[in-house]
Design a protein around this ligand. Structure first.
Ligand SMILES: O=C(O)CCC(=O)C(=O)O
Length: 401
């Protein structure tokens, strides 16, 4: 075996003894035994160790899981990935590494990231290149049929203003300072993502074998809604299939995809506007799905720039001052969501909603929408759509969550 067959894991090598000791002190003797055998090359033991850590992660509410078990989970994923890599099972290796990145702790994250880069490079080296015409994710878009399925009164009130060439000064004074929405039309031309993300082959090459969490169902307020872990290529297949705009879309929503897949992160640029006011940038989120995904009416505590990279979306906004009339849920977890289903308003139960004034828009490819903190927003994709949200907190209120 040459060193080229090995996945380097320097953090694991230096932290392993201390981590195993800590796991022992929390009663994880069986895990320690399996993990030690895995480190010596025992594949079954690696699977067993990962299973044991997985059980610990699911033994109670997520916030009460001991951090040491998250690191134990990453450790087992690294062992498994290493053994898959030796057998040239690159997809399996990537799956194990992604599970470690998504579910594991922070201690071994540098090793997981490094291993992803090594496995990806090796897999590409081994695969044969084809030079066909690039396949587009979204074809040329005209007026789409989905415009007909917009909520009642859509596009009948005031539209969000579209502006080009907004200076930082004007953004601060006229929009962020006044907490008023605006669409910026010309700030994304230089993003590599603008040309790359509509190319199916590019997406498959950089991310096809990576595992990502997706949401399946009408939206997160519905009972039948669930989350799944699938590969990016399975996800792309699903969103392209003819019935993808049916009642159960698959949505890669509010996921920090760019922390996980660095090649996609390199395709985007943080808009300068996000640094206006000296606040702190939050993790960037991806919103990628077929036509017909709906993010129901809700608000967030942060400033937000929602950048539309591929496809188009309908967005409706109500100011924070109308919260009372939008019937927020009373449960703590859902207090930022409205009970009103804009696609099917129950006027008897929610009589105040119908006549409320709102702002709305169709956010086109290459445009960015500024959504001020606490503004209610409803979002529906009209085509296959890939957006990125940039949240940042105010200087005065960095801990808002
Ligand atoms: O694009 C979406 O579906 C929702 C985006 C959103 O809610 C946000 O950026 O806060």
């Amino acid at each position: 075996m040459s060193s080229a067959d090995e996945l380097p894991t320097p953090t694991l090598d230096s932290e392993s003894a201390a981590l195993l000791q800590s796991i022992s002190s929390h009663g994880g003797y069986a895990y320690v035994r399996m993990s030690t055998m895995a480190a010596a090359g025992d594949f079954r033991a690696a699977e067993a160790a990962r299973e044991m850590a997985w059980e610990q992660l699911h033994s109670g509410p997520w916030h009460s899981v001991l951090p040491v078990w998250r690191d134990a989970y990453s450790m087992a994923c690294l062992h498994l990935a290493r053994l898959h890599f030796l057998r040239r099972q690159y997809r399996d290796a990537l799956r194990a590494l992604d599970m470690g990145l998504i579910m594991g702790g922070s201690l071994l994250r540098p090793d997981l990231d490094r291993a992803v880069a090594t496995v990806t490079a090796k897999a590409r080296e081994d695969s044969t290149q084809t030079e066909n015409e690039p396949r587009k994710l979204v074809e040329e878009m005209g007026e789409t049929e989905e415009v007909r399925v917009l909520p009642a009164r859509s596009l009948s009130c005031k539209r969000v203003e579209k502006k080009s060439g907004i200076s930082m000064e004007s953004f601060l004074r006229d929009y962020m300072g006044k907490e008023f929405p605006v669409i910026i039309t010309d700030s994304m031309e230089h993003w590599p993502a603008r040309s790359k993300w509509n190319n199916l082959d590019y997406l498959l090459t950089v991310a096809g074998d990576r595992t990502v969490p997706v949401e399946v169902g009408k939206n997160y307020l519905c009972q039948e809604w669930k989350q799944e872990l699938i590969t990016f290529s399975q996800f792309l297949e699903r969103i392209q299939s003819k019935d993808s705009s049916s009642a159960v879309p698959t949505y890669l929503a509010q996921h920090p995809l760019f922390d996980q897949i660095s090649e996609l992160r390199r395709d985007i640029c943080v808009p300068d506007y996000c640094f206006a006011g000296g606040g702190e940038l939050r993790p960037l989120n991806a919103w990628f799905g077929p036509a017909g995904t709906v993010t129901p009416l809700h608000h967030d505590p942060h400033h937000n720039i929602l950048a539309q990279v591929v496809g188009r979306k309908y967005i409706r906004l109500y100011p924070a001052s109308l919260s009372e009339e939008l019937y927020p849920y009373s449960e703590t977890m859902l207090r930022n969501s409205s009970q009103v289903d804009l696609d099917n308003i129950d006027e008897k139960e929610f009589p105040k909603v119908h006549d409320l004034e709102f702002l709305d828009c169709i956010l086109e490819e290459g445009e960015m929408l500024y959504i001020p903190p606490k503004w209610w927003h409803y979002v529906r994709s009209l085509t296959i759509s890939f957006s990125v949200s940039f949240w940042w907190s105010n200087n005065e209120n960095p801990n808002a969550s």
